[in-house]
Design a binder for this molecule. Sequence first.
Ligand code: ADP
Length: 566
Amino acid sequence: MTRKRIIIETAVFCLTLLILFVCAFLSFFFTSRDALYEEIENVASVSERLFDGNDLSTGEETMDAFRGEKDYRISIIQRDKEGYEILYDSLGMTQSNEEPKEILGGNVGTFVTRKSSYGYPMVYYAISDKENPQYYVRVAIKESTATKLARDFLLYGLTLLVLLMLSYIFYRCWNYARMVKPLQDQVERLLYVAHSPERKIQGDNDVGLITQAIDDVGKQLDQRIQDLEREKEKTQLILDSIKQGFLAVSQEGRIILLNRKAALLFGYRQEEALGKDFHILSAGEEFASLVEKGIREGTDQGHVDIMVEGRIYQCDVMSLKDCWFGETRGGVAVLFLDVTKERNLVRIKTDFFANASHELKTPLTSILGYQEMLSAGFLTTDEEKKEAVDISLREAKKMKDLLNDMLTISRLENGKMTGEVVDFDLEGVLRSLLQDAAPRIKERDLQLETHLESYPLHANVQEVEKIFSNLIDNAIKYNHEGGKLVVCMNRKAHKVMVTDTGIGIKEENLSRIFERFYRVDNSKTLQNVEGTGLGLSIVKHICQKYGYHVEVRSVYGQGSTFTVHT
Ligand code: ADP
């Protein structure tokens, strides 16, 4: 409500009061005058009845009584051709030079106000005597007496009216100030919140200024909200752009922040997961209890590994005890780091030592056993001695092959294989490899099919030889007796394929066969297939070195195809 409006309302109220008062006064004035006139008429009529034209003293007493009642002046006036004469006057004013207009012309029976011989105005009323029409009975009253009631009404009424108006005006002003002050304080607080440079409202108790200030605050707050929204979007964008998953959980265990990666990790949309209990993430009991403990104790809780869709994530649970989230302080933040590679490397390393020691120990034990028997003289016949030497040699060769493979891998991993890189034709290399393998192919009664063509390459010949000797070797080893071996080159498509119709590889083993020492347990399908578990690992490393890519497709029980994309 503005000050202007209050002024208008107050003015309207006062004007209405004034109009009502004027109406009331007029109504009172006319009613009281009519009542007085009626009374005067009555007095005149009674006096006329009492008056006997022959005896002026008749009714004098009564007329005097009337006079005393309201200070009426009652006169008997005789009128003839020569003029008029006041025969009786209740005030004793018979010798008067006044001209009694009230008995002249048509004034008889009407009220006439004029100046009296006393010098002050009076209201006159005259009627003629019924028996003697030359006599008039006249009743007069001081005008001031006649209007006294109205004047009193006006005086007291006006005083009351002014008091009423003043009270109303005072009340409105007081009420306005009472309403506006807290509003002003609130708006000043809002200005402060909105960081408005105008933190004080200039001018007191003016709703107009306050409205203006509210408008300003609204604009400032709009601006600030927009800024905050932008800040929030920026933060969310940054959070979403990091590759690690990030999650914040409130003291009550609700998800209050999570980035896109974290949401994707658990198969949710961000807006879907926000505000929900963190247990919906189903990240395992260990994870849940670590988060709960972090919330409870308000301390960092280290980390726990969880497995999501075949990948390993390290979840670092950190305390947020100094942060406000929602209504409470605290909660935890969780960072999900994809550590699949690192964990696999550790596992591979551990496996490597275990496997290497095992693979070396087996032939060594065998060699030692035979040598001890020889030295102790347990083997007496030449045949026994020859067999012991042959086995020892074979086992020693196995150890040598294994150590060579290990050395090759180690050199490849350390980037130390720096043999000469030359231009050569792969066709020649494959032909010579197949020629070398011919006795073994024949031994296993395999049907060899080749699609060879000139295939120039720029690499180290020995390393490329290692790739294909391993693949051909495996295709022979893991084939069925009488199976098929196909070596196919496609220069245009830049690929070389080695296909066999052997035992194949199960889906679950496919991703692991390139790991060091990884060997599929084929004891049910093929027996006594020797190997180190390092062949495909060497293939993978050499391919990586030259930017080649090795791919395997296999159907368990039907065969496999290894394709090298050069
Ligand atoms: P290995 O010395 O045992 O042959 P590799 O690294 O060459 O070691 O191969 C790893 C494993 O992959 C093998 O143990 C075998 O189970 C599987 N594998 C490799 N090539 C084939 C193939 N052509 N057919 C079936 N299984 C194969």
